[in-house]
Design a protein around this ligand. Structure first.
Ligand code: ATP
Length: 286
């Protein structure tokens, strides 16, 4: 089944056409990179897929086969579908003054009664699950620290632990490594790749720098000026090809040094066989 199906998604903010007739499908269990220069529409697309924003007339987003939005209106299963999607952002993922474990436990708020959520009443086994989720992302020892005391990379990993508690089927990570040093960035990408591989969670991760897409994702979708200009194998994204796709803006997307290649990629599910966008053949790598 398709985890995410987007058809003719357009979004205009005043005079700015932020997204223009985006078509894409992501199968359950895929880990896909979304790349593009600053302002190309990555965050706007993520927000629509997360159900935080409504597209213009003619747009459609389906999540796990159900209508999440169509023609600028949310579908009847909206709330249910939202709970299937965990979202992490570049920053501001956690409530700084609360202990890390409480932040992670907020992942279950959609499943427990309102009064328990309001008063922060969690059972022993829920707390044990939260510690387990923190162990899955490699930081069980920080459970009782205030979130504000964590490093940027630890905060992102705690946010991923929260989506594990949420038991969402889809994880949208909007530039999760943009403000991290290279070692922390790799650890966060390792965790994303690991939960994709072992939990089968569908991951869509937007990245500024294409090198991480090459190392961690089989498939990359590239945006330019709100349009999909490439959807295919990450291996094809040579520097030369990026220059053809983005011109001078390609410099923004390329790391000065190559990351060491490692076996981080999950095997692509049989249902995903993306190709270079119809109508973009002239951009196909040589
Ligand atoms: N709420 C809004 N109101 C007006 N314009 C917006 C709004 N949100 C996004 N835009 C515009 O839409 C375009 C796409 O923005 P978006 O944040 O999606 O790009 P991005 O690829 O995520 O960029 P970055 O890599 O810098 O985060 C930009 O020109 C932006 O200014």
């Amino acid at each position: 089944m398709m985890a995410i199906s987007v058809e003719k998604l357009s979004k205009r903010f005043g005079r700015k056409q932020a997204l223009c007739e985006i078509d894409l499908s992501i199968a359950e269990g895929e880990m896909v990179a979304l790349i593009g220069a600053s302002g190309s529409g990555k965050s706007t697309l993520m927000r629509h897929i997360a159900g935080l924003e409504r597209g213009d007339t003619g747009s459609s987003v389906k999540i796990l086969g159900d209508v999440q939005q169509k023609d600028g209106r949310f579908g009847p299963k909206m709330r249910e579908l939202r709970s299937q999607i965990g979202v992490i952002f570049q920053q501001f993922n956690l409530v700084a003054r609360l202990p890390v474990i409480t932040n992670v436990l907020t992942g279950i708020l959609g499943r427990i009664s309102a009064w328990r959520g309001t008063f922060g009443i969690f059972s022993k086994s829920e707390k044990a699950d939260a510690i387990h989720a923190l162990a899955r992302v490699g930081i069980p020892e920080v459970a009782w620290q205030r979130a504000s005391t964590l490093s940027g990379g630890q905060q992102q990993r705690a946010a991923i632990a929260r989506t594990l508690m949420q038991r969402s089927k889809i994880l949208l990570a909007d530039e999760p490594i943009a403000s991290l040093d290279p070692a922390s960035a790799r650890r966060v990408m390792d965790v994303l790749a690991d939960i994709n591989r072992t939990e089968g969670m569908t991951v869509l991760v937007s990245l500024h720098q294409v090198e991480y897409a090459r190392v961690y994702c089989d498939r990359t979708i590239a945006l330019r000026d709100g349009r999909v200009v490439y959807d295919g194998s990450s291996d094809a994204l040579s520097d030369d090809f990026l220059t053809r796709l983005y011109g001078a803006a390609s410099e923004e997307l390329v790391l000065p040094q190559r990351l060491p290649v490692k076996d981080s990629r999950a095997p692509a599910p049989a249902s995903s066989a993306p190709g270079i966008r119809q109508g973009q053949e002239e951009l196909a790598p040589a």
